[in-house]
Write a protein that binds this ligand. Structure first.
Ligand code: ZN
Length: 256
């Protein structure tokens, strides 16, 4: 059977493959706080939806002794303090995936107040020192523009991936659109990369790694909601099937 991509199992294999090649894993806040000589992967997760998947990835990383960065949105479908606490407990960095300009419909004053309030909510769980923009490709507002009028450093933030990483030195890849480096999908979630290395799949990424064709510094940005456990889908299918059977039995009874 052909192995499925974008499963938690494949993700774990990818992490182990990097470890075998001598890469260390770093949370974003740790990476920006020091100079790097060896090979390093910054593991960044943008939690846009289905936060329970973030907790699953966090568990896998923790099992392998890896610390990563989790950027959570504050919209109701993502904000879940039990999950935040769980991810913090697993020794990961937890920080704000901000979209204040979108949420306040482009009102800069409201947006910065909103930003400050949300940052305080995060800091009740983790001393967040970094932030990362949520870039909705269809959105009207570019949330980064908030920093044309304000300075995140005034709020104790030391780094934002879109502003504070040199992508001519750090190879950036993201799982957007169920393909790595799919530049046609998201207009905003792009950086000016110094590398031209197309990555077709997670298995292809592992192949490039095995052939030593990857740079020393890499940021891997994944969206946990794009990674699933086939077991879960299997289980959901079973539940659906049960519901269908219940419905069927009700219908059968009704027609008797
Ligand atoms: Zn996002």
């Amino acid at each position: 059977m052909k192995e499925k991509d974008y499963t938690l199992d494949t993700y774990e294999k990818l992490l182990m493959a990097f470890e075998r090649k001598g890469y260390t894993f770093q949370a974003f806040e740790d990476f920006v706080s020091k100079e790097h000589s060896g090979k390093a992967v910054i593991l960044r997760h943008d939690v846009d939806r289905i936060p329970i998947n973030a907790l699953k990835m966090a568990q896998i990383e923790h099992k392998l002794g890896i610390r990563a960065s989790y950027f959570f949105r504050v919209v109701p479908q993502v904000w879940n303090t039990a999950i935040l606490e769980g991810v913090v407990h697993l020794n990961h960095e937890v920080a704000y995936h901000y979209e204040d300009l979108t949420l306040t419909r482009g009102d800069y004053e409201q947006a910065i107040t909103h930003f400050e309030t949300q940052l305080a909510r995060f800091r009740a769980y983790y001393p967040s020192k970094t932030i990362c923009m949520h870039g909705s490709p269809m959105g009207r507002w570019d949330n980064r523009k908030l920093w044309e009028r304000y300075d995140y450093r005034d709020y104790g933030i030391v780094a934002e991936p879109y502003f504070d990483l040199d992508y001519s030195k750090v190879f950036y890849i993201t799982d957007t659109g169920r393909a790595w480096n799919n530049s046609s999908i998201s207009v905003r979630d792009k950086v000016d990369s110094g590398f031209d290395i197309p990555v077709r799949s997670t298995f292809h990424l592992m192949e490039l790694l095995a052939k030593d064709q990857l740079p020393d510094h890499i940021m891997i940005n994944t969206h946990p909601h794009r990674w699933f456990d086939p077991g879960l889908f299997w289980y959901r299918e079973l539940l659906l099937q049960n519901v269908k059977n219940v419905v069927k039995s009700v219908l059968v009874k009704a027609t008797r």
